[in-house]
Structure formats: C-alpha cells, structure tokens
Design a protein around this ligand. Structure first.
Ligand code: SAM
Length: 217
C-alpha cells in the first residue's frame, strides 16, 4: 500500500538514527509505562496490529515482555517502517512493518483479524479523519474479546491539563486539522463503531491509556 500523497501532513517525533533503527526520546520515555499497562492486557499468543508505530520502540518493549505475542507494526512513513522492520529482525514476535494509512478507505482489505489494535500518539497529530479511519478499521479487524488500545493526551474541557491545552494550541498552529482530542469526542466516535471504553489509565505527563472493547453483538 502506498503512503499518503502529501508527506508534509505526517508528523514524526524528534529522532536519532543508527543504521535503519530510529530512536525517539519521547518513545524511549513512554515505552516502559506503555509496556507495563499493555502487556498484561494481551491474551496468550495475541496477534497485535500497531497503527502509526513510528520508530518501533513500543513494539520492541512489549514484545520483549511478551515473547508469545505476534506484533505487526505499520506506518505510512517509509523511514518509520524501515526502523520497525530493522527491530523486527532482532526481536522475537515482531514482524516486518506494513504500509498502512488509516485515512485510506478500506485499509483493512487483505488484513487478517487481530486480537488487538494499538495506536499511540497518532490521532492528535493527524486530521480527525485518521481517528475515524482507525475506528472503522479496528471495528472490521477486531472480534469477540479483542481490544483497541489508544495512548496519548486527551482534553476534558476546562478540566484539561494546562500542558495538554498548550500542546493543543501548538498543534493547531502547526496544522489547523491537528489538535489534542476531547476524550468525549473519542469515546463517541468509538461507540459508533461498537467499542465501549473499559479502562482509562492515567499515565505520566498527563497522558492516558484507553482500552476499548467491542460491545457484545
Ligand atoms: C508522533 S508519531 C508517534 C509514533 C509512535 N506511535 C510513538 O508513540 O512514538 C505519529 C505517527 O503516526 C503516523 N501516521 C500519521 N498519519 C497516519 C495515518 N494516516 N495512518 C497511520 N499512521 C499515521 C506517522 O507516520 C508517525 O509515525
């Protein structure tokens, strides 16, 4: 699958490089907290699809903790895919990265069902259509007792963390289509795709881990 035509719309973290492997200071900071929350949620031998996997450091952290899991990273950005794929050569359970842009309709075509879809730090730094595409695709790919895991900053109206309000303003200055998403808007979007919010876990630096599970049919 090709990535988005206008690469300037893709936001990437600050990164350093060693051969194909990229290193993001923010991913290094939040990889352990995400691993500690996510690893116990995954069932035995779970198949996980990560959207917007960036450098692949989160995939690496979870796979090292859970070698029984199969983790499929994905990203529309070629350098990010090369980084995750380089890590996959060393990390049991990690597969080479797929080229997935969730704003492309029918992006799930040709993909198998998965037990979990994981997406960290993507929906605020992309147009809202990316959140919509993520929700629709996750609905198509996850069944039964699977889960959709989101990590990142979220807004709560006037109760929002000042750092997240400032981040929201900064994002909108950079691209008017970006912005920290209100939790309420995200849960309503997910509900339209039959996902209910099961867990909301406070994370360092005013981030949240959100665990959505499919509503019984
Ligand atoms: C800020 S980075 C986060 C990377 C990583 N998940 C992390 O938390 O460190 C955002 C990622 O989202 C990806 N992305 C942007 N638009 C996307 C889209 N339409 N579909 C899937 N991924 C996208 C970017 O290529 C980038 O790797």
């Amino acid at each position: 699958m090709d990535g988005p035509k206008d690469k300037s719309t893709i936001a990437l973290e600050a990164r350093t490089r060693a051969a194909d492997k990229l290193y993001s200071p923010s991913a290094a900071r939040n990889a352990a907290p995400i691993r500690d929350v996510l690893a116990p949620l995954l069932g035995d031998g779970a198949r996980v699809l990560e959207i917007g996997s960036g450098t692949g450091e989160h995939a690496e952290a979870v796979c090292l903790a859970r070698p029984d899991v199969t983790w499929i990273p994905s990203d529309p950005d070629a350098a990010s895919r090369a980084s995750s794929t380089a890590r996959s050569l060393e990390i049991p359970g990690m597969e080479p990265a797929l080229a997935i842009d969730v704003s492309v309709p029918q992006w799930t075509e040709h993909l198998d069902f998965v037990d979990a879809v994981v997406c960290s730090n993507v929906i605020h730094i992309a147009p809202w259509s990316v959140a919509e595409g993520l929700a629709a695709g996750a609905e198509a790919l996850i069944s039964g007792d699977g889960l959709l895991f989101l990590y990142g900053p979220f807004l709560f109206g006037e109760a929002s963390a000042p750092s997240n309000l400032a981040f929201d303003e900064d994002l909108r200055t950079r691209n008017p289509q970006w912005g920290v998403r209100p939790l309420d808007a995200v849960t309503k979007l997910m509900a339209r795709h039959r996902f209910a919010l099961h867990e909301k876990i406070e994370m360092p630096a005013n981030n949240l881990s959100l665990v959505f599970r499919p509503e019984p049919q």
